[in-house]
Each structure stands twice: as C-alpha cells, then as structure tokens.
Design a binder for this molecule. Structure first.
Ligand code: SF4
Length: 317
C-alpha cells in the first residue's frame, strides 16, 4: 500500500532547526522538524529578529500591567509590544495556504502555553500561564488551525493528532480547493472512518453537506466543508470513538476470519480500550487483513495511515 501524501505548509519558529537566531545565538534541535523537512514545506520565521533585535541580544520577557501584556527588554527597559503586534499582524496576513504552526515553547514571542508573565517592573515572581505575543496573534488570526510547540510535540498522542490534522488539511487544500464536486465526494469517502473517530455528529453533518451538494454552489460548499471539518478536528479523538471505528472496519472481515483470529482481535481491542496497547497495534492488525482480502474501500481510508509512515515514530527527542 504505497500512498501519495500531500505536503503540508507549516510556519515554524526559525530557531528550531533552521537558524541559530535565539537570544543567546543558539539553535534548537528537533528530530520531528528535521524529519518533517522531507515531507512538508516550511515558512520559518523569527519574530524577534524581524522586529530588529540582533543575534545575540539581551533577553526579553512578558510583563502584565492591569491586564495588558507587554514585551519588555529588562536590561534596557525598551518596550517592543507595538513592534511585535504590528509584525505579527502583517506577517500573518501575508502567509497563504498554511496548514499549521510549530513554535518554540516558553518563548515570550513564540510560546504557545506556559510562558512566564512578570508583574509590571519584572522584579516579582512570574505567573506561568502566558502565551507569547506572536503565538497569541496566530491564535487570533487562525483559531482553528493546528498549532503546537516543539516541546508538546514530543508527546506521542499530541504529535499523532497534530500530524493527522495537518495532513488532512493539506490534502483538502491540494486536492479539493481547486477541484470539482467529484473531488470533494472522493475526499469525504476516503476520510469517512477518520472523521468518525473525531465525531459521529460532525461526520454526519459533513456527509449531509456533500450529499446535498446539488443544492449549494461549489464556491460555497468548499469553504463551508473546510470550516466544519476544522471545527470537528479541534476535538481530541478518544479510545471509545476509535473502538467504534475499529469494530466497523472489523465487520468487513468477520465472515472471512476464523474463530481464533476473531478472538485475538477482540482481546486486542479490549487491551487498547484499557490503554494497555496503542491504537497503532490494532490498526496494523486490520491493515494485514485489508491486504490479505484486498479490501479496496478500507485500503483508501486515511484512518489507517493519515500521514507518512516515516513520521510514525513512537519517540522523538
Ligand atoms: S522563539 Fe521565536 S522569537 Fe525566539 S528565537 Fe525562536 S523564532 Fe526567534
């Protein structure tokens, strides 16, 4: 089963594997980004360098004054809040066809979560629930697009979800957005099981949208379907939903398998439900039967391989 995958377009913090542009002149290593370079297109950006700060530079941090977040360089007392907001707005307006963001964790500019925010003056103990100013602008401009930091992407589950979302969106952008009604029907058909793993309700709504495609123009259908799909993919797929999908796929083979094979599958499924083995194990078991019985419908289902296998590593450091 050799599949052709789209190439997601990703905006990333430039200091992760692209350029030694951190405040201390260093670069951050990430084997995920290194691997992804072969399978995705990147727009690396360093917001701090873009607003005129040099390399190396004195560190900056976030300060809060009566609910207002500011980007301050303690050594000079300079306030870079307006420069950073202006740069973020103009940069984010200029990027087109982006499928996701990978940003540097804990940075006062790029941090997605858990960024230190000091009280005004910067001398007291900081809170640690802030968002970097550039990342905050991304949240506002692209609230439904996948955005993670490289630290969180070391977690297998978060990485799997992120990769699934960016490849599903990239496929839509490459194969549906300039296509016809047939392309959107094909897209919906091959993603049917994947969408069911996110939400039965959304999956049905998307199904109704494409089956009513005669009543709506293609120009209206394409953005409407994309928006609903992105909304659905904000949901975290949980084991019970995956179990339903796996049982549905298993139903395709139940009359072809012997008693022992069926028992083994059901026992493995129970272990997955209890969190004792990963989803990948059950998916691979089903894949072996997809090949053996040459099941064309399931071969095409993205649920079994939503992104290139080369990115499916259990650990990235
Ligand atoms: S975290 Fe963002 S602003 Fe800081 S060095 Fe990296 S890319 Fe530049």
């Amino acid at each position: 089963m050799i599949k052709k995958f789209p190439r997601p377009c990703l905006v990333s913090s430039k200091c992760i594997e692209f350029e030694a542009c951190r405040y201390n002149g260093l670069i951050i290593k990430s084997s995920l980004i290194n691997n992804l370079k072969k399978y995705a297109d990147f727009f690396p950006v360093c917001p701090e360098v873009e607003i005129g700060l040099g390399i190396p530079r004195d560190p900056i941090h976030l300060e809060e004054d009566q609910g207002k977040i500011m980007l301050i360089q303690p050594s000079t007392g300079s306030d870079y809040t307006i420069e950073m907001s202006d740069f973020a707005d103009s940069f984010l307006k200029s990027v087109k066809g982006v499928d996701g963001f990978i940003l540097k964790n804990k940075s006062p500019s790029c941090g997605v979560k858990a960024v230190k925010v000091y009280p005004l003056g910067g001398n007291a103990r900081p809170k640690t629930d802030g968002v970097g100013l550039f990342a905050d602008a991304v949240f506002r401009c692209f609230p439904q697009l996948p955005m993670e930091d490289e630290g969180r992407l070391r977690n297998f589950h978060l990485r799997e979800n992120f990769l699934t979302r960016i490849y599903t969106l990239a496929d839509y952008r490459e194969n549906v957005e300039n296509g016809d009604f047939g392309d959107i029907l094909d897209y919906h058909r091959k993603n049917k099981l994947l969408f069911l793993s996110y939400s039965q309700i959304y999956s049905r709504k998307l199904g109704r949208l494409v089956s009513d495609s005669g009543k709506i123009s293609l120009e209206d259908l394409i953005p409407k379907y994309r928006e609903m799909m992105m909304e659905m993919m904000l949901i975290d797929p949980l084991p019970p939903a995956n179990v339903n999908v796996l049982m549905h796929a298993f139903g395709h083979f139940s009359k072809d398998l012997n008693h022992q094979e069926k028992s083994f599958f059901l026992e493995s499924l129970e272990k997955y439900r209890q969190g004792r083995i990963p989803l990948l194990v059950i998916q691979n078991l089903l894949k072996s039967w997809i090949i053996r019985f040459n099941n064309r419908y399931l071969t095409d289902q993205t649920f079994f391989e939503p992104y290139p296998e080369e990115l499916m590593e259990i650990t990235f450091i």
